[in-house]
Design a binder for this molecule. Structure first.
Ligand SMILES: [Zn+2]
Length: 184
């Protein structure tokens, strides 16, 4: 009996593959719980629609979260992104018993000093980013603000969070601790 606590079904579609064989396989294997994780502002409804379009229904075991991954474009546009996220949270909390916010957090593989190095290298080579992921952002204050404000939202709606933390244990822990201490 399997479960999958962290998947991105629409990424499969983004790669040009069909989702329905994966869902059929999960049904066949009697998956008990599958959590499809949100990463972008406003992605909840399109993700739900993609599954319905491809699989005909939302299987009972499949749950959706919504959250903002610390991507450079989202950090730069975080006021608007957080507004769209809150709209999705309202939909989610009305729809699912187990609403979750995530993934959200810090990524110091992509953001911070490594991003500065990648941006400098790109500038020197006069080239473009080697893949769609981009070079990341040096705006770590913005990254931390985006994370902290998502924790605020989770508290406001009284829902748990799914945390993304890559090469960032200490600052991630600091933000969570600060939030916990300021909790009423
Ligand atoms: Zn993920």
């Amino acid at each position: 009996m399997f479960s999958d606590t962290h998947c991105h079904l629409t990424y499969i579609k983004d790669r040009g593959e069909n989702i329905s064989p994966h869902i059929s396989e999960m049904k066949k294997e009697s998956f008990r719980f599958v959590q499809d994780i949100g990463t972008k502002p406003g992605d909840l409804q399109p993700r739900i629609e993609t599954v319905i379009n491809e699989a005909g229904e939302i299987p009972g075991f499949l749950h959706f979260s919504c959250g903002l991954w610390p991507a450079a474009d989202i950090i730069a546009d975080r006021d608007n992104s957080l507004f769209l996220l809150e709209e999705d949270i309202k939909i989610l909390t009305g729809k699912q018993k187990a609403a979750v916010l995530g993934e959200c957090g810090l990524d110091r593989y992509w953001n911070g000093p490594p991003a500065a190095e990648r941006i400098a290298a790109l500038r020197n080579s006069g080239g473009t980013s080697p893949d769609d992921d981009g070079p990341g952002t040096t705006d770590i204050k913005g990254e931390e603000d985006l994370f902290g404000r998502q924790l605020d939202l989770a508290r406001k709606y009284d829902i748990p969070v799914i945390i993304h933390s890559r090469d960032a244990f200490e600052p991630t822990y600091e933000i969570i601790k600060t939030q916990a201490m300021t909790a009423g």
